[in-house]
Design a protein around this ligand. Structure first.
Ligand code: 3H9
Length: 699
């Protein structure tokens, strides 16, 4: 194994290379190596300038996140960076690929910075519930000013090198394929010009007016919605305007350590690793993905058009098939509309849109046009008969080796696959609406789906910028199966006395993007109604049925699209207004059922909702529908508006204690022991004093 940090001479320039694949994280060996290399350079009479470069595909991905929460092994990163800054001879950071978090902080500790053109530079710590804790909040505003620094630090979003040059974050941008020779040449120039040392920490304190700071505070307080890191990071940047570098670094460290101890930090880091673990499927070890270039989409409704939009935006050639040319043209218009919205949001430009519409997209009415497609995704009406007919037809036209996917949200994919002579090539690709925006993709693996096909689906998701989660076949797969269950818990509370509006408010205050009734209005009450109708044959006499929701449906209150649902949407507004008529209608239902209305605290609402979510999720894991508990968290975080800073329901359950969740269920079961039956896995884990996370590690 190579040394994590190497030291070599290129004439009188020293090149210090960090080699810690895959992302050159600043693990303790790297910190130690870098510290030693700087000391060696200080004492090296044969060297005038040092260049720090990252080995492999990027400069430095940041501090080693897996070390967080464990005892610190010195030297700490701030110590290493101070040593670089204090160095008596010039140090150049040679940045390529990515410089994130502690990586960018190392670069700012150096005296000069040169970056490859497409390099991304950023301080994403707030996304992990932290602030840049190795000088980032003190040095960045000294280099680029308080406003720009706050923009980068509070969003966590990276900027590209050309922008960094404009802002003064880097001194030079280099377009060549290899940063090292360019950096050595730059170092030689610095040497020839006398080797001046430029310490970022010695730059004057950055200035900021009280108004600017107040504007940022107001903005961040509004957007934070319970998250603490961005506001704390702002306080640290503000300290830079009042303190010299030494005191500023001490203050930054204090705020950093305080964040390190928060549950939010633990939750966000859980989410980070959960999102990386989710694509690691034991069954896919050594299985290669098939190449995909041409994607067929059947059906040009909102979903089909959204899938096609996502595919063309990510470089695929797409053929969309509709039942006749008029419908195909309509689908093309929908896609063009999606692209136009993308232009507004800065996702693409006019020329790229024209290229897509002229060369990447065809919208037709004959299945024969799909002969060359590598993957065909069906997104037609949600009916088994219709889907079976589509798959029979696809089996006839699709080339050998093509993958056939259904976007069904609940139908049995084994049955659909059985309509073809190639069930091994059939799987579910469950996109979420709008498909070109939503991150989540459930990859539903049927009985006979081959590992190559699953592997291809995961690689496709990556190319589409989506997070794929493996699901087995069951009604609703992972996400919608859970949704039906926790929505039922909410409906029970409504029957017993809570208003839908109180439930939505309580859950929003907890951090959800939306409450279940606002979500219902967005999706359409017809969707919920159809689900209840579909499940009617399996209804148990003890199921508590939300007849009031059916009544709203029958009144034509279908949600946002009809201007009325659970809420009112006057004049096309997307912001719902509470409607006393809905309260009255629910009260009538209660009366007809002889239910005496009781009150719920917001705390109880959240407790019941989360408990229902976790209980159903435990069954889903137990049945093998989800591979591991952290996959459930990924589904809820990326597709169902669960607050990321809480880490997902399984993480929340682990934090609360599974015995607490079980005790909740037993308490609620005293009123309704039909709905509130503890999942066997939950009981087992409680008996064994284990957490859900213990199952994440074993797969
Ligand atoms: C920080 O710097 C704090 C400081 O301010 C103060 C300190 C005192 N550490 O994402 P990928 C692993 S906070 C440890 O698939 P990509 C990752 O888990 C840090 N491990 O690659 C995965 O492991 P595995 C601020 C890390 O090419 C593997 O590397 N920095 C780290 O798609 C590949 O990851 C960040 O927040 C890490 N820092 O993307 C940056 N980063 O193969 C976080 C990655 O076992 N990282 N791993 O599953 C990223 O955003 C992306 O990984 C990156 C590469 C863009 C770098």
């Amino acid at each position: 194994m190579s040394e994590p940090v190497s030291y070599e001479h290129d004439q009188r320039i020293v090149v210090i290379t960090i080699n810690n694949p895959p992302v050159n994280a600043l693990s303790r060996h790297v910190r130690g190596g870098l510290f030693d290399a700087i000391q060696q350079f200080n004492a090296d009479d044969a060297a005038d300038v040092a260049v720090i470069v990252g080995g492999g595909r990027l400069f430095i991905g940041g501090a080693d996140i897996s070390e967080f929460g464990k005892p610190l092994v010195s030297p700490s990163l701030p110590e290493v960076i101070s040593a670089i800054e204090r160095c008596e001879k010039p140090v150049v950071a040679a940045i390529h690929g990515t410089a994130l978090g502690g990586g960018l902080e190392v670069a700012m500790g150096a005296h000069y910075r040169i970056a490859q053109t497409d390099t991304k530079l950023g301080l994403p710590e707030v996304k992990l519930g932290l602030l840049p804790g190795a000088g980032g909040t003190q040095r960045l505003p000294r280099l680029i000013g308080v406003d720009q620094a706050l923009s980068m630090i509070s969003s966590g979003a990276p900027i590209v090198a050309t922008r960094a040059l404009e802002l003064g974050l880097v001194d030079r941008v280099e377009s060549g394929p290899d940063i090292r020779p360019a950096a050595v040449a730059f170092a030689q120039e610095i040497q020839a010009q006398g080797g001046a040392i430029r310490r970022t920490g010695e730059l004057p304190r950055p200035e900021a007016s009280a108004e600017l700071i107040q504007q940022w505070r107001t903005r961040l307080e509004k957007s934070a919605r319970g998250e603490v890191a961005a506001l704390s990071a702002m306080a640290s940047v503000e300290a830079a305007t009042r303190m010299d570098i030494g005191d500023g670094l001490v203050e930054e460290r204090r705020l950093f350590q305080a964040l390190m101890d928060t549950p939010q930090r633990a939750s966000l880091i859980h989410a980070f690793f959960a999102e990386r673990r989710v694509s690691k499927l034991p069954e896919l070890r050594d299985i290669k993905a098939q190449p995909i270039a041409h994607i067929g989409v059947i059906g040009g409704g909102t979903m089909g058009a959204g899938i096609a939009t996502s595919a063309v935006l990510n470089g695929f050639v797409v053929t969309l098939v509709e039942r006749d040319q008029a419908s195909a043209d309509k689908a093309r218009n929908t896609i063009a509309g999606n692209l136009a919205a993308g232009i507004k949001r800065g996702k693409l430009n006019d020329a790229q849109r024209d290229q897509i519409l002229e060369h990447q997209l065809s919208t037709v009415s004959e299945y024969e046009a799909l002969q060359d497609a590598d993957l065909i995704i069906e997104a037609v009406f949600e009916s088994m008969e219709v889907k079976k007919a589509v798959f029979e037809a696809l089996d006839r036209v699709a080339k050998l080796g093509a993958i056939l996917a259904t976007n069904t949200s609940y139908l049995n994919i084994d049955e659909i696959a059985a309509m073809t002579k190639r069930p091994e090539a059939v799987l579910g690709l469950h996109f979420f609406s709008p498909a070109h925006v939503m991150k989540l993709l459930e990859v539903v693996v049927a009985d006979k789906t081959s590992p190559e096909v699953v592997s291809t689906a995961f690689s496709l998701a990556k190319r589409l910028g989506k997070i794929a989660v493996r699901s087995g076949v069951c009604d609703g797969f992972i996400g919608n199966r859970m949704l039906v269950h926790y929505r039922a818990a909410a409906d029970h509370m409504v029957l017993d006395g809570a208003s839908p509006y109180q439930i939505d408010k309580a859950l929003k205050a907890y951090g959800f993007a939306m409450g279940p009734y606002a979500v219902g209005d967005l999706a359409g009450l017809d969707i919920g109604y159809a689900t209840r109708q579909r499940k009617a044959p399996d209804r148990h006499p003890r199921d508590r049925y939300p007849a009031w929701a059916d009544e709203l449906y029958h009144l034509g209150r279908l949600g946002q699209k009809t201007g009325k649902g659970y809420y009112l949407y006057p004049e096309g507004s997307r912001q719902g207004v509470e409607d006393p008529e809905v309260d009255a209608l629910i009260e009538q239902t209660r009366k007809s059922l002889g239910i005496e209305r009781r009150t719920f605290t917001d705390e109880e609402i959240v407790r019941r909702y989360i408990t229902a979510m976790v209980n159903e999720a435990a069954r889903i894991v137990d049945e093998g529908i989800a591979l591991r508990p952290s996959d459930i968290d990924v589904v809820l975080l990326s597709g169902y508006g669960f607050p990321r800073w809480r880490g997902g329901p399984m993480h929340v359950a682990d934090q609360l204690g599974l015995d607490t969740i079980l005790a909740n269920i037993m308490e609620f079961a005293e009123e309704d022991d039909h709905f509130w039956q503890p999942a066997p896995l939950l009981k087992t884990l409680v008996d064994q004093k284990r957490k859900f996370a213990s199952l994440d590690l074993s797969t």
